[in-house]
Design a binder for this molecule. Structure first.
Ligand SMILES: *Cc1c(COP(=O)(O)O)cnc(C)c1O
Length: 455
C-alpha cells in the first residue's frame, strides 16, 4: 500500500515511512492510495482481528507474524479480556468501553500500538528519535505510556503548569523511565503547542535531535481505531449506528474508514460539547471558527478538528491542490463552505451531528446512574445525550465510551454525589513521587532541556 498527502505535494511513501513521518512535508496528512476491503477470515480475538484489519495497510513493510505479536503486546496492557467490552445501557443502546488501557482514555488503543510500531521500525533501521509533544491532558499520558519502555525513543512532553487535572498530571509525572521527561511550562496549552511547533520549524534543531511526533494526525493512530468499529459490528450485529464524542475528528474518521472497508455501519453521529464547530458544519454546510471555551469535557475543547482534512480530501475527489487551496482560504478567513453536491454525496448518507451543553452532560451522567447505577465520564455523557436524540427503532445504537469516569471525577461527583474510584493499577497514583521539570515559556530554554535529554 502506498500513501499520498491530502495536499498533493509530498512524496508518496510506504507504511513505515508514513508512521515515522506523522505529518506530510507539504503540511498535509497521509492517506492510503485507496480504501481496501476488509479481509475475509478475520481472527476472533481482538489482537488477531487487529492484525487482519491492518494487513492491507501495512503490506510487506512488516511481516504478518511480527504485526500479530505487536498487536498482542499492545492489547495485553488492557485490563479487560475483551479489550473493548460492550455493555448495555438501555434497550437498543450499547456502550463500547474504550478506556481499559493503562491511562484510562481511548487514546491508549492507538498509542499502545503506535509506540511498539515506532520501536520496531526504528530497531530495524538502527535509528533513534526524540518525540516532543504538547498536551492538555489525555494525549501526553497515553503517549508516554506507549513508549516508556522503548530503547530507541526518548520523549519530552510539555504541559501547561496548573492547567491539567491532578490525575492527568500524575499519570505523566509519576512514570519513572529513563527515556521519559515531562516539563511544566509557565503558560497555556497554546503556548506549549507553539513551543513544539517552533522546535519542528527550527530545521537545524529538528535534524540534530531527530524530532518526531505522535499527534492525532499520525496515520497509524487512525488505522488502529478502525478495529473497534469492526469489532462493534461483529458483536452487536450490523447495520448499526454509532455515536462518537468528538474533538479532533480522529475517532469518528476511523469509523468512516471502517465503513469504506465494508463494515456494516449505517450512520456515524458526531457528538460535540459547546465547542460545536463540527456540529454546526454538519447542520449548515459551513465551517466557521469561533473561540474555544472550557467545558466539563476538556478533551473535546478544540477550535479546528485536524483530522477533518482527510474527509475533506475525499469530498474533493482526492484532489490535493483543491484541498490545499480550500484550507489556506479557511486559515485566512476562518470560514469553509462545502458545495451542496459534495454534501449530498459524502455527508448526508453517513453523518449526523448533535451537541450537549455542560448542563446536558451532567443530566446524562445522572440519568445513567439513576437508571442502571453506572458512572460514566463527561465525554461519554456528551455521546449518550446525542445518541438518545438520534436513536431509531430497529437500528441498534452504540456510543463510544472514551474515558474512565475516574479520569474526570469532579464532574461525575457533581452529577451523582458519587466519586468514582481509580482502578486498582492506579489506586496509589496520588501517593507516587512525581518527577517533572519547570521551565519558562521560552524556546531556547526548552530546546536546551530537550538537547540534554539522552535517556
Ligand atoms: C481525545 C478524546 C476525545 C476526542 O477524540 P477525537 O479523536 O479527537 O475526536 C474524546 N474523549 C476523550 C476522553 C478523549 O481523550
Amino acid at each position: 500500500m502506498r500513501y499520498v498527502s491530502t495536499r498533493g505535494a509530498a512524496p508518496v511513501l510506504g507504511f513505515s515511512d508514513v508512521v515515522l513521518a506523522g505529518l506530510a512535508n507539504d503540511g498535509g496528512l497521509y492517506v492510503p492510495e485507496s480504501w481496501p476491503a476488509l479481509p475475509s477470515n478475520l481472527g476472533s480475538t481482538y489482537p488477531e482481528l487487529a492484525a487482519g484489519v491492518f494487513a492491507p495497510y501495512v503490506g510487506d513493510d512488516i511481516a504478518a507474524d511480527t504485526m500479530l505479536r505487536l498487536c498482542r503486546e499492545a492489547y495485553s496492557t488492557f485490563r479487560h479480556p475483551d479489550v473493548v467490552p460492550i455493555v448495555d445501557l438501555e434497550p437498543g443502546h450499547h456502550l463500547m468501553e474504550l478506556f481499559h488501557g493503562p491511562t484510562l482514555a481511548f487514546k491508549d488503543v492507538a498509542l499502545q500500538l503506535l509506540g511498539r510500531l515506532f520501536d520496531h521500525i526504528l530497531t530495524e533501521r538502527q535509528q533513534k528519535v526524540m518525540i516532543v509533544g504538547a498536551t492538555s491532558g489525555d494525549t501526553g499520558s497515553a503517549a508516554i505510556d506507549g513508549v516508556k519502555d522503548c530503547a530507541n525513543i526518548n520523549i519530552v512532553i510539555l504541559y501547561p503548569e496548573g492547567r491539567v487535572s491532578e490525575v492527568q498530571r500524575r499519570q505523566m509525572t509519576t512514570v519513572n523511565s529513563p527515556n521519559v521527561r515531562t516539563v511544566a511550562i509557565d503558560g497555556t496549552f497554546d503556548d506549549c503547542q507553539d513551543l513544539v511547533k517552533a522546535m519542528f520549524n527550527h530545521a537545524e534543531f529538528r535534524e540534530a535531535q531527530n524530532l518526531s511526533a505522535v499527534n492525532s494526525i499520525n496515520w497509524a493512530r487512525v488505522m488502529a481505531q478502525v478495529v473497534y468499529y469492526v469489532e462493534a459490528t461483529r458483536r452487536v450485529g450490523g447495520p448499526i449506528d454509532v455515536t462518537v464524542p468528538t474533538g479532533n475528528f480522529g475517532n469518528v474518521l476511523s469509523g468512516w474508514i471502517a465503513k469504506q472497508m465494508g463494515a456494516p455501519l449505517r450512520r456515524l453521529i458526531v457528538a460535540s460539547n459547546d465547542n460545536d464547530i463540527l456540529t454546526r458544519f454538519f447542520n449548515s454546510h459551513t465551517m466557521d471558527v469561533t473561540g474555544v471555551h472550557p467545558t466539563l469535557s476538556p478533551s473535546m475543547d478544540i477550535q479546528v478538528s485536524s483530522n477533518f482534512e482527510r474527509l475533506l480530501f475525499e469530498m474533493n475527489n482526492r484532489d490535493g491542490a483543491i484541498t490545499a487551496a480550500q484550507l489556506s482560504r479557511f486559515r485566512d478567513k476562518g470560514k469553509l463552505v462545502v458545495e451542496p453536491d459534495q454534501f449530498d454525496q459524502w455527508i448526508t448518507p453517513t453523518f449526523a451531528a448533535g451537541r450537549a451543553s455542560d448542563h446536558d452532560t451532567l443530566s446524562a451522567i445522572r440519568s445513567v446512574y439513576e437508571n442502571i447505577g453506572m458512572l460514566i465520564d463527561p465525554h461519554t455523557a456528551v455521546g449518550v445525550k446525542v445518541a438518545r436524540e438520534f436513536a431509531e427503532d430497529g437500528v441498534p445504537m452504540l456510543t463510544m465510551a472514551t474515558a474512565h469516569p475516574a479520569k474526570f471525577p469532579d464532574a461525575v461527583e457533581r452529577a451523582t454525589g458519587e466519586r468514582p474510584a481509580l482502578p486498582e493499577h492506579l489506586a496509589d497514583l496520588l501517593d507516587r513521587p512525581e518527577h517533572t521539570a519547570h521551565l519558562p515559556n521560552d524556546l531556547a530554554a526548552v530546546e536546551a532541556f530537550v538537547a540534554s535529554h539522552d535517556g
